[in-house]
Design a protein around this ligand. Structure first.
Ligand code: G3P
Ligand code: CA
Length: 233
């Protein structure tokens, strides 16, 4: 059976505060192949956090994009962790795993592509160690247009399920469907288009085994050990 890639969803967020360096460290300890993080741009700095608002995951309040960088960086994102910048994440991971950067906020594509270019040119990263993904097709397409070497993955959830037009327009590496959208036909059709299939968010062993049996290429999980220490091989 082919290797099932493990994407630590917001880091090992089942163990440590999501989208923090401690969640990333835990994910690497558990053997994750990839670390997935979510980004917004604030004052032209890429900030790693999932929600539009600060309230659920930090001791702050209000919108991420409605606050200053100084305020965001002063907050506790759980267990004393700060909200990291994407640059801190790249430095911290330092090629010990791949990084999947999910563009959540507007005006992120250009900044993310610049950062990838810098880490490829200067810090020994390769383009195949980074995947830029998004639900937001315009932002994702912009990333690909800015640099055709950047690998992109299209995320599919409740809205915008059809993805064929996008992948015809932009060379796309992978499709990232929500688990309930995945069946054998979905996987076959994506593979016929040359796309990898990475499924989110899969936190139960029986679902991981089911996805593997369908031939998906990887899964996003809050508990990387469910993939890296699988018993059903
Ligand atoms: O990219 C897969 C997954 O992370 C998308 O959903 O809401 O967890 O960012 P969400
Ligand atoms: Ca995400």
């Amino acid at each position: 059976m082919k290797k099932l890639l493990c994407f630590a969803h917001r880091g090992a967020s089942g163990h440590e505060p999501e989208n923090t360096l401690s969640a990333i460290e835990k994910a690497i300890d558990l053997g994750a192949d990839w670390i997935e993080v979510d980004v917004y741009a604030v004052e032209r700095e890429l900030i790693v956090i999932h929600d539009e608002r600060l309230d659920r995951t930090t001791n702050g309040t209000g919108f991420v994009m409605g606050n200053t960088l100084e305020y965001l960086r002063s907050l506790d994102a759980g267990k004393g962790q700060r909200i990291p910048t994407l640059r801190e994440v790249f430095d911290y991971v330092d090629r010990r795993a791949g990084i999947n950067v999910e563009l959540k906020g507007s005006e992120t594509a250009g900044l993310v592509v610049s950062l990838i270019n810098e880490y490829v040119a200067t810090w020994g990263w390769r383009n195949d160690q980074v995947i830029v993904s998004s639900f937001h097709r315009r932002e994702l397409g912009r990333a690909k247009k800015l640099d055709p070497h950047v690998r992109i993955g299209i995320v599919i959830g409740g809205f915008h399920r059809p993805y064929k037009k996008f992948v015809t327009q932009f060379t796309t590496y992978s499709v990232h469907p929500r688990i309930d959208l995945v069946n054998a036909d979905f996987v076959r059709s994506a593979h016929e288009r040359g796309l990898k299939v990475f499924v989110y968010t899969v936190n139960r062993s029986e679902d991981i085994a089911r996805m593997a049996a369908m031939g998906v290429d990887g899964i996003f999980t809050d508990f990387p050990e469910l993939v890296t220490k699988r018993q059903d091989l």
